[in-house]
Design a protein around this ligand. Structure first.
Ligand SMILES: [Zn+2]
Length: 166
């Protein structure tokens, strides 16, 4: 009996539907890159996570992750080398709860956050300084099982337990 395929958690949805080679003949072959395959490439090759970390992020085993990214890289290589189209669609995935990366501007002290999956900002959105860093307290914050916004709910005014200090 085949085991049911496990749903992969992803944190990125592309805003484009795929890639087309320049100067391609209109008969160029089309490859489908599923969104979980795309996420595997993003985590491993762009975010530079280890295979173990990336597998954890997607909530799948390392062997499953390995097969997933091997398939994905194969398609990307074929598209680049053989001039095929890539279409982003389908896959066994669900959107994970968005985790946020926190940044601090060392110039003006401004704090802000951006969702994982978006590029690292280059400048402070307030003063434009490039002297920006991940907020120190943020490290290790994005752990499984610690949902966003859990604290503070119902704390109300005068509640003793506010959000953590960052
Ligand atoms: Zn600033």
């Amino acid at each position: 009996m085949p085991r049911p395929r496990k749903i992969r958690e992803i944190r990125f949805k592309p805003e484009i539907s795929g890639f087309k080679p320049e100067d391609a003949p209109y008969t160029s072959e089309k490859l489908v890159l599923t969104l979980d395959e795309l996420e595997a490439i993003r985590l491993r090759d762009l975010e530079k996570l280890t295979q173990e970390e990336a597998a954890q992020k997607m909530n799948i085993s390392q062997p499953t992750f390995y097969r997933l990214i091997e398939r994905a890289r194969q398609k990307v290589a074929e598209a680049l080398i053989e001039g095929k189209e890539l279409h982003f669609q389908g896959g066994d995935y669900t959107m994970a709860q968005l985790e946020m990366k926190k940044f601090t501007c060392f110039q003006c002290g401004y704090n802000w956050e951006v969702p994982y999956g978006t590029p690292r900002p280059n400048n402070c959105p307030k003063c434009g300084s490039t002297n920006i860093h991940r907020t120190p307290e943020d490290r290790g914050y994005a752990r499984r099982g610690r949902g966003r916004g859990g604290w503070g709910r119902g704390a109300g005014s005068g509640g003793g337990r506010g959000p953590p200090q960052w």
